[in-house]
Design a protein. Structure first.
Length: 303
């Protein structure tokens, strides 16, 4: 009910602006703007995962020092020529994706419905929006570090320190150990959920693409979601262990967890395959940017 009222209010505001501001009448309809922003957002997500996967693959091949998580992409981008420009564009693209996630979660843009499965889908979209919002905010923090060759290494250490500080705050709460175990189980749940999606989801249904593209795109999506889910598992295990042992120092970052994985027997092969899978996830995001069915909420599509 409240979401419907909010949709009507937003649509009414848009109509009022277009009626009273001459320049607004020359802008494309809101539905076109929403679709464009969503496609830019999927492209930004694709760039993050494709870059993170490529950098992790180079780490597995010992071409660079350390593996990186999704946040490490911004550190790498900050070191490139015109790094400030690229960071701004990436940050804006990620914020566009956050906006699309908001429409999916609050306004049910994907028509997931209001049954248990629909609410679960929308809750996942809301959590995804929160994650990409934090990632987008982190991207803009790199603007002060453009040209700093130590940016990535410093960022990884800072990321681990921040995660450990948050874990320490949780442990200081009543039943903090149990709460931290719960956080770890949520991370594990996200990883397992992505793996389940890799096997169970019908990715074809969301794409309006030629038949020649449909089947390869579905294969790429399954590989990508499986690898993305697998990448979450080591981090979840570390957080659960930190809760069990009530030691915040055991909490790490996704990148550092992948490095620990690389140190195990056959770890370089596992890390390389995971990196290739993350690149597949990024590639599928680019496919979504081009062919995903974007359906803005009807009440927001007026005008």
């Amino acid at each position: 009910m409240y979401a419907r009222r909010l949709r009507h209010a937003a649509a009414g505001l848009g109509e009022t602006i277009r009626a009273r501001v001459p320049a607004a009448r020359r802008t494309p309809p809101l539905a076109v703007l929403i679709e464009g922003a969503a496609r830019v957002g999927y492209g930004a997500r694709g760039f993050v995962y494709l870059s993170a996967g490529a950098l992790t693959l180079l780490a597995a091949l010992d071409r660079i020092g350390d593996a990186v998580g999704t946040g490490g992409t911004a550190g790498w981008l900050a070191e490139q020529p015109f790094g400030r420009v690229w960071l701004v564009l990436l940050g804006l693209g990620l914020w566009a994706f956050v906006g699309w996630r908001l429409l999916q979660a609050v306004f049910d843009a994907d028509h997931a419905g209001t049954d248990a499965k629909g609410w679960a889908t929308r809750a996942g979209q809301a959590a995804s929006g929160l994650f990409y919002g934090l990632l987008a905010a982190g991207v803009f923090e790199y603007l002060d570090e453009v040209g700093d060759a130590t940016g990535r290494a410093a960022d990884q250490a800072e990321s681990i320190a921040e995660n450990q500080q948050k874990a320490a705050m949780i442990l200081d709460l009543p039943f903090g150990g149990l709460l931290l175990i719960g956080v770890g189980l949520v991370v594990l749940g996200v990883g397992i959920g992505n793996i389940v999606r890799a096997f169970c989801d019908d990715f074809d249904d969301a794409l309006a693409c030629p038949e020649a593209v449909r089947r390869p795109a579905s294969v790429v999506a399954r590989i990508g979601y499986g690898a993305r889910g697998f990448a979450y598992l080591p981090l979840g295990v570390f957080v659960v262990l930190a809760g069990l042992h009530t030691r915040s120092g055991q909490v790490t970052s996704t990148a550092a967890a992948l490095e620990t994985l690389e140190a195990q027997p056959g770890g370089s092969w596992i890390l390389g395959l995971t990196a290739a899978g993350l690149m597949a996830f990024g590639a599928f995001a680019f496919i979504e940017a081009r062919w995903r069915r974007i359906r803005p909420p009807r009440d927001l599509s007026v005008g």
